[in-house]
Ligand binder design. Structure first.
Ligand SMILES: Nc1ncnc2c1ncn2[C@@H]1O[C@H](COP(=O)(O)OP(=O)(O)OP(=O)(O)O)[C@@H](O)[C@H]1O
Length: 272
């Protein structure tokens, strides 16, 4: 069943059509990657979905409810969580307090006075930390964590909201290859358990091809292809956009049977 539906999205900056008639949908439990060369319109599309930007026209619905005109905090309340290219956590708080803050916010509680958070849903916070394998570091200051651990803390905070949709902006940026795949494997297992849909932008093609169920490819504001990782990798139009003619992405790291692929391949500029 379609959870997120984006239809005929347009956004221009002056005369620059950054997003030009982009349509796609996302199912519960699906990991959908948004890729494209620099300036393709990925961030603009992502920021239209997360409420940071307003489209010039088009529709964005979650379970049939329009997201247009809603700010990121309203979306959080509706079950849309996000993680950032540079992880957003509180370095001065302990690891568990970070998650407690997210739980407080999710419950619509006032964030002040801070003292209230000290024992707030501590068991739930610890359970979330266990799920991202950070429970043994619960009492450390956020700023003392290694970068890969900060990313996992941010994931726990995003899940504190019990989201239906998780938006991840370049989730593996700045991480070593092993860490990248560990974070995405963890994300996969946690969102699959919960039936959460994930839309993520990503520059690391190895991450996209190994972990996405389906891939959207943008170029110059338009959606030029979508399909399984194998389908978009083999698409000559996509290869030309990335490399010019005569080169390819090379072989995928994993077989295509490792994730449930959904949605037909399409080389057209509109989604099914
Ligand atoms: N706030 C803005 N004001 C003016 N132009 C913008 C703005 N944001 C994006 N653009 C332009 O819109 C186009 C799409 O940019 P966008 O950042 O969405 O691309 P991207 O695919 O995310 O690129 P990158 O991978 O380099 O981050 C580009 O031409 C960019 O210069």
């Amino acid at each position: 069943m379609t959870l997120l539906s984006v239809q005929h999205l347009h956004k221009a900056f002056g005369g620059n059509q950054a997003v030009n008639d982009v349509s796609f949908s996302l199912q519960a439990g699906e990991l959908l990657a948004l890729i494209g060369p620099n300036g393709a319109g990925k961030s603009t599309t992502f920021n239209l979905v997360n409420g940071q930007l307003a489209p010039d026209s088009g529709s964005i619905t979650l379970d049939g409810v329009s997201l247009l005109g809603r700010k990121p905090h309203d979306l959080w309340r509706m079950g849309v969580s996000r993680t950032f290219q540079i992880a957003q956590t509180f370095g001065s708080l302990t690891v568990i307090e970070n998650v407690q803050m997210a739980l407080l916010s999710s419950d619509g509680q006032s964030l002040s006075p801070w003292r209230r958070a000290a024992n707030y849903r501590r068991a739930d916070a610890l359970h979330l930390l266990e799920q991202v394998q950070l429970d043994t570091q619960a009492q450390r200051a956020g700023r003392a964590l290694a970068y890969g651990d900060v990313k996992r803390l941010e994931l726990a905070m995003a899940l504190a909201n019990e989201p239906r949709l998780l938006l991840m902006d370049e989730p593996t940026a700045g991480m070593a290859p092993d860490e990248r795949h560990a974070l995405m494997n963890l994300t996969r297992s946690l969102v699959t358990q919960r039936g959460v849909a994930v839309l993520f932008t990503e520059h690391s093609m190895d991450v996209v091809f190994e972990h996405a169920d389906r891939v959207l490819v943008m170029a110059r504001g338009a959606l030029i292809a979508q399909g399984t990782p194998a389908q978009v990798q083999a698409d000559p139009h996509v290869q030309t956009v990335y490399f010019g003619s005569g080169k390819t992405f090379g072989e995928p790291r994993v077989s295509q049977t490792s994730h449930a692929a959904s949605g037909p391949a399409s080389n057209t500029e509109s989604a099914p």
